[in-house]
Design a binder for this molecule. Structure first.
Ligand code: BEZ
Length: 247
C-alpha cells in the first residue's frame, strides 16, 4: 500500500489515547507534531525509546513540537507500561504520566491507514506489528518528513531533534542544511538562488568552495540569525574556519 507522501496533508484521524479521545489536527493546534509508532508495549527497545522521548520532552516543547506515540496494545497496557518507562528513566517523583499521549490502536486500523505495519515482525498470533515510523507534521498539517525503522533498530531522538531544527530553519529561510549539520554551523545556499540575490539575502557572507569542476554550487552562509557568534571566525572568502565545509 502506498505510504504518505511528503507535502500531503496528514490524515486527521480520531483515536483513543492515554489522555482521552483526540482528533489529531485539533491536538496539534498550531504546533509542529511528531507521531512515532512502536511495535509493542512492554518491549525493551520501545521502552528505551519512549524513555528518551520523555527525557527530551522539554527540548521538543521549546521547539513548539507536540509528541504522540502509537502502539497496538490497550489503554490499560499503556498505563501500566508508562510506569515502567518512567521507572527506567529513574523518575521517582511519583508522577506516573508520560509527557505525551500514546494511542491505543488495538484493531490496527490506524496502523494500516498510515502504512505502519512491518510484515517481518509478528506477534504471538502471527499478526504483523508496527514498524518504528517517525512522521513529522508542520503547523500547516502537512507531512514534512518520514523515517521508517524496523522493529529491531531503535531510533536516535537526538537526530529527530536535529531534523526538527533543520525543518524549522528551512521552512522560514531559503537555505538547506548539509550532512551532519547542527544548529550554529553554516548552512547551504541552494543553487536556485542567483549569486547577486544570495549576496543580498545573506549579509553575513556567502562562501563558495573551489571545486575541480569550477562550478560554484557548494555555497555556504553562517546559520542565519546567529551571525554574531560567527563574526570573529570569518577568515577567508573561501572557507569559514569555524564552520568548515566538508573536505
Ligand atoms: C523491542 O521493542 O524491544 C522489540 C519489539 C519488537 C521486536 C523486536 C524488538
Amino acid at each position: 500500500m502506498p505510504g504518505l507522501l511528503l507535502g500531503e496533508v496528514f490524515p486527521d484521524f480520531e483515536a483513543e489515547t492515554t489522555i482521552g479521545r483526540i482528533k489529531f489536527h485539533k491536538f496539534l493546534g498550531d504546533s509542529w507534531g511528531i507521531l512515532f509508532s512502536h511495535p509493542k508495549d512492554y518491549t525493551p527497545v520501545c521502552t528505551t525509546e519512549l524513555g528518551r522521548a520523555a527525557r527530551l520532552s522539554d527540548e521538543f516543547s521549546k521547539r513548539n513540537v507536540k509528541l504522540m506515540a502509537i502502539s497496538l496494545d490497550s489503554l490499560e497496557d499503556h498505563y501500566g507500561w508508562s510506569k515502567d518507562i518512567l521507572a527506567y528513566n529513574c523518575n521517582d517523583s511519583g508522577n506516573c504520566t508520560l509527557p505525551f499521549p500514546i494511542i491505543a490502536d488495538r484493531k490496527r486500523e490506524l496502523a494500516v491507514t498510515l502504512g505502519m505495519l512491518d510484515p517481518d515482525e509478528k506477534d504471538k498470533d502471527g499478526l504483523p506489528l508496527t514498524a518504528r515510523c517517525v512522521f513529522i507534521i508542520g503547523p500547516d498539517k502537512k507531512l514534512k518528513l518520514s523515517i521508517l525503522y524496523p522493529a529491531t533498530t531503535g531510533r536516535n531522538f537526538d537526530e529527530i531533534l536535529r531534523v526538527i531544527d533543520s525543518l524549522q530553519l528551512t521552512a522560514g529561510i531559503r537555505v538547506a542544511t548539509p550532512a551532519d549539520w547542527k544548529p550554529g554551523v553554516c548552512v547551504m545556499v541552494p543553487p536556485s538562488i542567483p549569486e547577486e540575490e544570495a549576496a543580498s539575502m545573506f549579509p553575513a557572507g556567502v562562501y563558495s568552495k573551489e571545486l575541480p569542476s569550477g562550478k560554484k554550487y557548494l555555497r555556504y552562509t553562517p546559520h542565519p540569525g546567529i551571525q554574531s557568534e560567527q563574526k570573529d571566525t570569518k577568515q577567508s572568502q573561501d572557507q569559514p574556519e569555524s564552520n568548515p565545509p566538508p573536505p
